[in-house]
Ligand binder design. Structure first.
Ligand SMILES: Nc1nc2c(ncn2[C@@H]2O[C@H](COP(=O)(O)OP(=O)(O)OP(=O)(O)O)[C@@H](O)[C@H]2O)c(=O)[nH]1
Ligand SMILES: [Mg+2]
Length: 194
């Protein structure tokens, strides 16, 4: 698959507003500042289509994008390191769970983890929720340009152990260098046909 065209469709805060269309959907989960929006820009090949920022808590709504008029990508808000008013933070978890409960066409939940961090409660609880709904999960390590090859191997070992998953179910990526783009596009391609 080549991404030829992508556009922003809608920003939502509750399932009542979610768009209904027949497209297979791929969603990007992860703590604030993990690099969700940057990875989306990298995959879509359009700089600035998705808003990113150096402060955590940039994405505060669920944002839907339509790709090639036949699939959709969803950018979610994150939790964790956000220095946000607690009222806003409290809204994010129900919003994320509302999304998980209501999307029938969700093919893969990509869970993004900054390669320098160790997953915690947020990641464990999210994996549990997604597993209950029998949604496929793929773990994406972000910002891999920040580590040397050796450091990255250690990170992969640490994160796979913490999450009790196989090394092969992790995708190392970098929005800066484009690392991992080919692999992600290929898995999206495969699952959009399922
Ligand atoms: N070096 C490097 N920096 C990155 C990469 N991906 C994201 N960043 C930086 O990390 C910061 C956060 O990126 P975002 O894409 O906005 O993160 P997010 O997960 O969407 O954050 P929220 O919207 O707050 O939940 C920004 O300053 C990005 O430039 C990467 O692959 N490499
Ligand atoms: Mg974001």
């Amino acid at each position: 698959m080549n991404i030829k065209q992508a556009y922003f469709l809608k920003s939502c805060t509750s399932s009542k507003q979610f768009p209904s269309y027949p497209y297979p959907e791929f969603a990007f989960f992860g703590r604030s500042n993990a690099g969700k929006s940057s990875l989306l820009n990298m995959l879509l090949g359009v700089k600035g289509l998705v808003k990113t920022g150096s402060r955590p808590g940039v994405t505060q709504t669920i944002n839907f994008f339509v790709v090639n008029d036949n699939l959709s990508f969803v950018d979610l808000p994150g939790l964790g390191y956000a220095k946000l008013p607690s009222q806003i933070k409290k809204k994010f978890i129900p919003m994320i769970y509302d999304y998980i409960e209501s999307r029938e066409n969700l093919k893969i939940a990509f869970l993004l983890i900054d390669c320098r961090r160790t997953p915690g409660d947020f990641e464990h609880e999210l994996i549990e929720r997604l597993s209950e709904k029998k949604i496929n999960i793929a773990i994406i390590l972000t910002k891999c340009d920040k580590l040397s090859g050796n450091e990255l191997s250690k990170s992969i070992k640490r994160i796979t152990e913490e999450l009790s998953i196989d090394k092969d179910s992790i995708f190392p990526t970098s929005a800066k260098t484009g690392k991992g783009k080919k692999e992600l596009i290929s898995i999206i391609d495969e699952f959009s046909k399922k």
